[in-house]
Ligand binder design. Structure first.
Ligand code: ASP
Ligand code: MG
Length: 406
């Protein structure tokens, strides 16, 4: 008898019929004789609706209240799912994140799981129950309810799988798995039967929405294979694991994109020690996440410094940076909110020349101007005009022959 953890996303439980469909799928897993723990997200766009509602009663809802409010979305879904399973004649129990022993730090709206106390889940499994856990939430030492950040139910699932020593973690969603590019944008994209943790982490961090990067990170840390598949079909999906073959013929595995990019450039910055710290420390204090940072070679001890932030954080970032730019004697501070990024990813790129040249050449053939470039060992990212991102994804997909099945 194996123990498996399944996770169902919001679109898989968006209405009563879909909840009943998910209950039937869980019942099938149970019928195989396995112990089953299920993590569920809030129904459909419940979380967005709750955030909107909070915004209607307050300009600045308190983080603590907001987290408690948002946690109700997952609780609704998990109770209904337990009821649907009981209606099918199965023993099931729903547990909030707190009841399931998900312990977090006290950073509201993006709490991190510090440990999982799995005793309650284990005792319910031992009684023969299917255990349905509300995703995306946990409890602090002070008994306050926290949430893990948008999309956090994936992380709940992998954390539970790790703490229970589960054989597998299966993430069910509304797409057929992980693709070589976003299948909604590029119909030529191919499903990847398997992918390594590192590649998946880069894909997820650089725009692929199919699984949360923190969940992939945890999977790698605890060596939990993660299956990503559709809750609406019985197709095989994509297995994320450590043994995925590195030397695949086509060395780029996927193209990711992200339209949420804004750039700030501080022009004419004096080049001396402490300047970067004087700009980025206050940004960190203001809780603004910086993505790419590029500093030019200086001429006559004057340089330009560019960095990117999420579009929603641009105004706040400019408010922080403008006075600093003035105080350090920079010439000006300019921004561009209409950017996006496109990345190629694959472990096969490591130590192999030519990928960057081919990427830049492909973009230039399409007349796409590259504003900033960043790389890791297995990724190359170009920041470009947001209006050209879709075109870039298609062109790169073709250039690296990703439409050809492996
Ligand atoms: N319901 C939360 C969200 O929409 C968490 C999740 O779906 O994983 O972000
Ligand atoms: Mg969701």
């Amino acid at each position: 008898m194996a123990l498996i953890v399944q996770k169902y996303g919001g679109s898989s439980v968006a209405d009563a019929e879909k909840i009943k469909n998910v209950a039937r799928r869980i019942a099938q897993a149970k019928d195989k004789g396995d112990q089953v723990v299920v993590v569920v997200s809030a129904m459909g766009d419940t979380t967005d609706k709750l955030i909107e509602l909070a915004g209607q009663v307050s300009n600045q809802p308190s983080d603590r209240e907001l987290d408690l409010l948002l946690s109700t979305g997952e609780i609704v879904a998990c109770t209904l799912l337990a009821m649907a399973l009981k209606a099918l004649g199965y023993e099931a129990i729903s547990l909030s994140g707190a009841q399931a022993g998900i312990r977090t730090d006290a950073v509201y709206s993006r709490a991190r799981i510090q440990k999982v106390d799995p005793e309650r889940v284990i005792s319910e499994l031992d009684k023969g129950n299917i255990v349905i856990v509300a995703g995306f939430q946990g409890i602090t030492d002070e008994m306050d309810i926290t949430t893990l950040g948008r999309g956090g139910s994936d992380t709940t699932a992998v954390a539970l799988a790790a703490s229970l020593g589960a054989e597998a973690c299966q993430i069910y969603t509304d797409v057929e798995g992980v693709y070589t590019a976003d299948p909604h944008l590029a119909s030529e994209a191919q499903r990847l039967p398997e992918i390594g943790y590192d590649e998946m982490l880069e894909l997820a961090t650089y725009g692929a929405k199919v699984v949360h990067p923190r969940a992939v990170e945890l999977g790698e840390l605890f060596n939990i294979p993660i299956l990503v598949a559709s809750s609406f079909t019985n197709n095989p999906g994509t297995l994320i694991h450590g043994g995925a073959s590195m030397e695949v013929r086509n060395k780029v595995r996927g193209v990711a994109y992200d339209l949420d990019v804004a750039k700030i450039t501080v022009v004419g910055v004096p080049d001396r020690p402490g300047i970067a710290a004087s700009i980025f420390e206050p940004l960190a204090k203001a809780n603004i996440s910086i993505d790419t940072i590029v500093q030019n070679a200086s001429i006559n001890n004057i340089t330009d410094l560019s960095f990117t932030v999420a579009k929603s954080q641009l105004d706040r970032a400019m408010e922080v940076v403008k006075p600093i730019a003035r105080s350090i004697g920079a010439r000006e501070c300019v921004s561009d909110a209409r950017l996006g990024k496109v990345s190629i990813i694959g472990t096969g790129m490591q130590n192999t020349p030519g990928f960057a040249a081919k990427m830049f050449g492909t973009l230039s053939e399409r007349g796409i101007n590259i504003q900033l470039i960043t790389t890791s060992e297995i990724r190359i990212t170009c920041i470009i005009d947001e209006a050209r991102v879709k075109d870039a994804v298609h062109a790169l997909h073709r250039a690296f022959e990703l439409e050809i099945e492996e």
